[in-house]
Design a binder for this molecule. Structure first.
Ligand SMILES: [Zn+2]
Ligand SMILES: [Zn+2]
Length: 376
């Protein structure tokens, strides 16, 4: 066991292959983080950055990496003005997690803004004095997320959070948002995306930068760090995450089945996971982003109906062959007109996947609420 950097005694092995001592390992992770930001050249000096912390293992490491970067006093100093944000999720567990995150930030001398997930339904989230405002009954998100299949609620939750990130970034005049997705998580998301019908959105959902929103870019500076490395980092620096939602066996959703598959891959074929992500980098969108009609929930382009065969066509086809409807053209006409019962607002306001998500909310009032993102 010899460290591959300093040739001193090694203490850990990454990907069953590379040996490091603790110091060189931590330096290497900091370097990966900075290199990822640096090579993409999106940040200008003293950029205001909204840093979104979920409290899980990777977000705990992100917080530490930011702190290390800001504390440096040489040319490597991280020149950003950080604003920290945590979104409190639906239940009492969410309250607990938020307390731990506030404590973590206090240890680093950072302030953090807490926002309830229900603020998704609120137009102006932050008041002038940065205190929270809540106009809606606190159970809206809970109702929505409990009454639909878990595969869909995971996706809805992700999109709701992303919308809140962007709204708050705009209010704080941040052009940049950091989120803490690791290679492992992004590989999972890539495979899930394809399975749930977000194949056309892979570039923005998995790449370094999500550029769907014109004035705010969501960056993923930890996308070259794996969960294995996160675990070592936490252990060496004795950091305790507030939550461990990435753990195996969590939930029964499609996403968690895929997550377990990716975690198994990582354990047994460690190189495969980063290969999955590199594949995503090669998938670019066919069209450019400018002046296109966009989905009001996920901001993806809505011009996919120009394609020859889409997931919607496939679903409509299987509906046709399994029902007694004789004139199928009638169905497809409704899709084009946008008032389709099976896929509400499809191509008019929503992409395929968001429309299918909405269709699962049986209460029309909830459907309207989720779609009220419209008026920005
Ligand atoms: Zn070393
Ligand atoms: Zn969408």
């Amino acid at each position: 066991m010899i460290c591959r950097k300093c040739s001193g005694p090694g203490s850990l092995i990454i990907r069953k292959e590379y040996c490091y001592c603790n110091d060189c390992f931590i330096t290497n992770i900091n370097h990966k983080f900075r290199a990822c930001i640096g090579k993409n050249k999106i940040l200008s000096p003293n950029e205001k950055v909204l840093i979104c912390l979920s409290g899980d293992a990777s977000s705990t490491v992100l917080l530490d990496l930011i702190h290390v970067g800001l504390s440096l006093n040489n040319h490597k100093k991280l020149r950003v003005i950080p604003y920290f944000l945590h979104i409190i999720e639906r239940d009492s567990e969410g309250e607990e997690i938020s307390k731990v995150i506030v404590e973590q930030c206090k240890n680093y001398n950072f302030n953090i803004t807490l926002v309830n997930i229900d603020e998704y339904f609120n137009k102006n989230i932050l008041c002038n004095d940065n205190t929270m405002k809540n106009h809606y009954q606190p159970s809206i998100s809970k109702n929505i997320l409990l009454n639909i299949p878990t595969s869909i609620s995971e996706d809805v939750l992700t999109k709701m959070k992303q919308n809140i990130f962007i709204k708050i970034a705009k209010q704080l005049k941040c052009r940049i948002v950091f989120t803490a997705e690791t290679t492992t998580l992004l590989a999972t998301r890539l495979l899930s995306n394809i399975a749930i019908g977000r194949g056309s959105q892979v570039e923005n959902d998995i790449g370094f930068a999500d550029k769907r929103e014109e004035n705010v870019k969501i960056l993923r500076p930890m996308r070259e760090i794996t969960n294995e490395e996160i675990d070592h980092y936490l252990r060496i620096k004795e950091l305790n995450p507030a939550t461990d939602i990435l753990g195996k066996g969590y939930g029964t959703s499609l996403q968690s089945v895929i997550r377990n598959f990716v975690l198994d891959l990582q354990e047994n074929y460690p190189a495969t996971v980063s290969t999955i992500c590199k594949t995503a980098d090669k998938i670019g969108s066919v069209t450019d982003n400018v002046n296109k009609k966009k989905c009001i929930i996920c901001q993806s382009n809505l011009d996919c109906n120009q394609l020859n065969l889409t997931a919607v066509d496939a679903t409509m086809f299987s509906r046709k062959v399994s029902s007694k409807v004789i004139n199928s053209n009638e169905n497809l006409k409704h899709i084009e007109e946008g008032n389709n019962l099976m896929f509400p607002f499809i191509y008019e306001k929503l992409c395929y996947c968001c429309s299918r998500n909405i269709s699962q909310l049986n209460d029309p009032m909830l459907q309207t609420l989720v779609c009220r993102n419209d008026d920005k």
